[in-house]
Design a protein around this ligand. Structure first.
Ligand SMILES: NC(=O)c1ccc[n+]([C@@H]2O[C@H](COP(=O)([O-])OP(=O)(O)OC[C@H]3O[C@@H](n4cnc5c(N)ncnc54)[C@H](O)[C@@H]3O)[C@@H](O)[C@H]2O)c1
Length: 401
């Protein structure tokens, strides 16, 4: 697709948290960005008919289905957007790629390295016939994060010595919080590690341009039995009221690890759902030979920058307000100083995906990039089990093509 009249018909599977965030992005992207294709929100899929019908209406989809296979195989769909838990990513993505559909898949790509590898190989095969696949690490698309990457790439930080990354939440501190899908290994793959640790792994590798080569990790599950869930299975779920019925938590509540990056930097990572008082606190600091940069998601319109090449008497962290038209993505939004929020990262993700698909370019992060993150998650899990330094396994040569 290359003309302004091109239409990309999107079908989305799952309509809860990420489904709502992606819907907002698909609704908005052509109204803000001038793109070579227009998005049509054709079909949304969920398993409960009354609920998916309501969601289609509320979120702005033309139609709905209760069978994702129908969506994937439909001639009326060009793009499949996967917003379901990790246990269905592989099956839906493989079917979509086989049907010649472009795929946007939420992170983490899969629940295991084997699944992620299979998906990456399928994406590489489909790419030969012009089919594109991307994984949804949306924080890359926060303008301050993209600016951070630019500063690093331009040498403003110099040689990177330290990467310090945390992603802290507290939504399961209460032992009565129920056993939602995110606490079950067969549904989620891992706990805090794959859910939020995956984000800071991707973000730091993206910003530094360096890959993690080895890790030494600790993981812990602080609360091992939880009430069974009733109703919603999301982050605001409720127990079923029958206090005696419990089930086993089969994932990590927290993961901390140190790592080496292939450019020589030392890195520390902490991903936890037990940081009492911290709701969604993602913070990354990078120290280099010529300066430092700091990003804090709670102040996502800002980037702290220290230029160590300035005279010592004038040095200090400066707060860059990342709202100028010169900053990544922001030329399309509001006048300088008129800030943006969380949801914009998804609109930017949709923008980059649509542009890549419409112009025949490969979007990033690719499935191969997401497989590499999965290999880091796997190394962290193995390191914690063995209490030993653990190398990250290399991806297959064909997978990183
Ligand atoms: N990029 C981010 O910042 C971010 C944030 C949260 C979640 N996620 C990822 O997004 C994915 C979904 O997470 P969520 O928070 O939206 O979960 P959620 O529980 O809020 O929603 C999951 C949705 O998938 C549907 N679903 C589950 N299995 C299905 C199936 N077999 N067929 C059809 N629909 C099915 C559920 O009914 C629900 O609508 C996960 O991979 C998660 O890791 C990413």
């Amino acid at each position: 697709m290359s003309s302004h009249d091109s239409i990309l018909r999107v079908g989305m599977v799952g309509y809860a948290f990420m489904g709502a965030a992606h819907s907002q992005a698909w609704r908005t992207v052509n109204r803000v960005f001038d793109l070579p294709a227009r998005v049509r929100m054709a079909l949304v899929c969920g398993r409960d008919e009354p609920k998916v019908a309501e969601a289609a209406d509320r979120l702005g989809w033309d139609g709905y289905t209760t069978d994702w296979r129908r969506l994937v195989e439909s001639d009326e769909i060009d793009v499949v957007d996967i917003c379901t838990p990790g246990d269905s990513h592989r099956e839906i993505a493989l079917a979509a790629l086989a049907a010649g559909k472009h795929v946007l898949c939420e992170k983490p790509l899969a629940n295991s390295v084997a699944e992620a590898r299979e998906m990456t190989e399928a994406a590489a095969r489909a790419q030969a016939s012009g089919v594109r696949a991307m994984c949804g690490f949306n924080y890359r698309r926060v303008p301050a994060v993209a600016l951070m990457r630019q500063l690093v790439a331009d040498g403003r930080i110099g040689e990177i010595r330290h990467v310090r990354a945390v992603y802290l939440q507290d939504w399961i501190v209460d032992p009565q919080f129920p056993l939602v899908w995110r606490l079950q290994k067969d549904r989620a793959g891992s706990g805090a590690l794959g859910d939020i640790g995956a984000h800071i792994i991707d973000l730091t590798q993206y910003v530094t341009g360096q890959l993690i080569t080895g890790v030494s990790a600790l993981t812990e599950t602080f609360v091992r039995q939880r009430p069974l869930v009733a109703g919603s299975s999301g982050l605001a779920a409720q127990a079923d009221g029958n206090g005696s019925a419990t089930g086993q938590v089969t994932v990590d509540d927290a993961a901390v690890f140190v790592a080496r990056l292939d450019g020589g930097a030392l890195a520390t990572y902490e991903a936890t759902r037990f940081a009492t008082g911290r709701k969604n606190a993602l913070r990354v600091e990078i120290n280099g030979s010529r300066g430092s940069v700091v990003f804090d998601l709670e102040r996502l319109n800002e980037l702290e920058f220290l230029d160590a090449t300035r005279p010592a008497a004038e040095q200090g962290f400066s707060r860059i307000l990342v709202t100028e038209p010169e900053h990544p993505y922001l030329g399309a939004w509001w006048p300088p100083g008129h800030i943006i929020g969380y949801e914009h990262s998804f609109t930017h993700q949709a923008r980059d995906f649509v542009e890549a698909v419409a112009t025949g370019a490969d979007p990033a992060p690719s499935f191969a990039d997401a497989l590499q993150v999965q290999l880091v998650l796997d190394a962290v899990t193995r390191s914690a089990e063995r209490a030993a330094w653990t190398e990250v396994e290399p991806a297959l040569a064909e997978a990183s093509a």
